[in-house]
Design a protein around this ligand. Structure first.
Ligand code: SF4
Length: 342
């Protein structure tokens, strides 16, 4: 690991100003000289691999105040600060009872040891696990703009089939992001020009021709927390994750589903997909097919087909389409069959 300066921030405004001073606008975020650190579970990994080489690392764990640390529950919804650890959210009884899809995305991620460390601010910004991104001797447009993509003609079994481009086919690796997209969350951000709030669904960018430009965050901007509106669908929600092994593994395919049912009829549905897309992915086409219909094998299969109609596969990852469809169907039925009183 290369040498770097380590400092602790005491308030969010000073943190933003310090990272802004160490930011250059013309480099990918992965190459930025200044980086925030909270849990460090993702970034320290990439620093050891020499993928990230910051010369200034700012620890945000001691920023004063509750805004970034607390889980708050109100009639209108849930607020989760960005310094809340995954394990804290996993253990929160309100989240378990009223937002089970969020609980699922915590308990099915990584290991408990990692969840004790990992912050929810860092979680949504975790970097791709594409092996060619992680090994600096390979060409990778996301790490080194214009160098090419070793995965497109390489071993691409783990890679995405939705939202990909000719420049990058990496999958978004997280789980929590799918719950946030499905539940129409917003994200509070602090930047050099003050605070702003945006739809979480707008935070991540698809790769297009610039896969190194991964989010809408400007240099220095810091995630403060997430707002998740409450609704009749939030209690009836689930996350189904299919993996090579049942623990400590990223998703091959995954589906977050939230349902509002009127008897057997779907009044409202939200579906977000993981493991198969370049960013947290809302399956709007699938949702539209289900609204106002009885949720049965026919309608679920139709919705699953619609979710993957724009899929682009490569040599080793075409299997994700049929498995991804089955994951949606299973998630829909498991969510439908949750206790009606939930
Ligand atoms: Fe890099 Fe994306 Fe290609 Fe992987 S898929 S090698 S991250 S450009």
């Amino acid at each position: 690991m290369r040498p770097f300066v380590y400092e602790r921030a005491r308030n969010a405004e000073d943190a933003v100003a310090a990272i802004r001073r160490h930011s250059r606008r013309d480099v990918p975020s992965v190459q930025a000289d200044g980086q925030y650190i909270a849990g460090g579970t993702n970034m320290s990994d990439y620093m050891r691999l020499d993928v990230m080489r910051p010369d200034f690392v700012l620890d945000v764990n001691e920023i004063a105040g509750d805004n970034m640390r607390r889980i708050r529950v109100g009639d209108s919804g849930l607020r989760i600060g960005s310094l809340v650890r995954m394990a804290e959210a996993e253990d929160n009884e309100t989240i378990q009872r009223d937002y089970p899809v969020i609980h699922d995305t915590m308990k099915l991620a990584a290991t408990r040891q990692i969840r004790n460390m990992a912050s929810l601010g860092g979680n949504v910004l975790q970097r791709t696990r594409c092996d060619y991104f992680r090994e600096v001797s390979f060409p990778c447009n996301k790490r080194d703009p214009g160098s090419g993509c070793a995965a497109i003609n390489g071993f691409n079994r783990q890679h995405a089939v939705l939202g990909v481009s000719d420049s990058c086919i990496a999958r978004y690796p997280g789980d929590f992001g799918q719950a946030l997209v499905a539940l129409d969350a917003t994200v509070d951000i602090l930047g050099p020009n003050g605070p702003r709030t945006m739809r979480f669904a707008d935070l991540h960018k698809l790769p297009g021709d610039t896969p190194w430009d991964e989010t809408e965050l400007k240099p220095g901007e810091l995630i403060l927390g997430y707002n998740i509106p409450a609704g009749p669908h939030t209690k009836r929600s689930r996350y189904v994750k299919v993996r090579d092994r049942d623990s400590y593994q990223y998703a091959l395919t995954a589906a977050a589903v939230a349902l509002d049912m009127d008897g057997d009829t779907v009044r409202d549905v939200r579906i977000a997909l993981g493991g198969v897309a370049a960013a947290p992915w809302r399956a709007h086409d699938a949702e539209e097919i289900l609204k106002g219909r009885t949720l049965d094998e026919d309608s679920a299969a139709e919705a699953a087909d619609a979710a993957f109609q724009s899929a682009v596969t490569h040599q080793h990852n075409a299997y994700k389409v049929p498995i991804g469809k089955q994951t949606i169907i299973r998630a829909l039925f498991e969510t439908r069959d949750m206790e009606a009183s939930r």
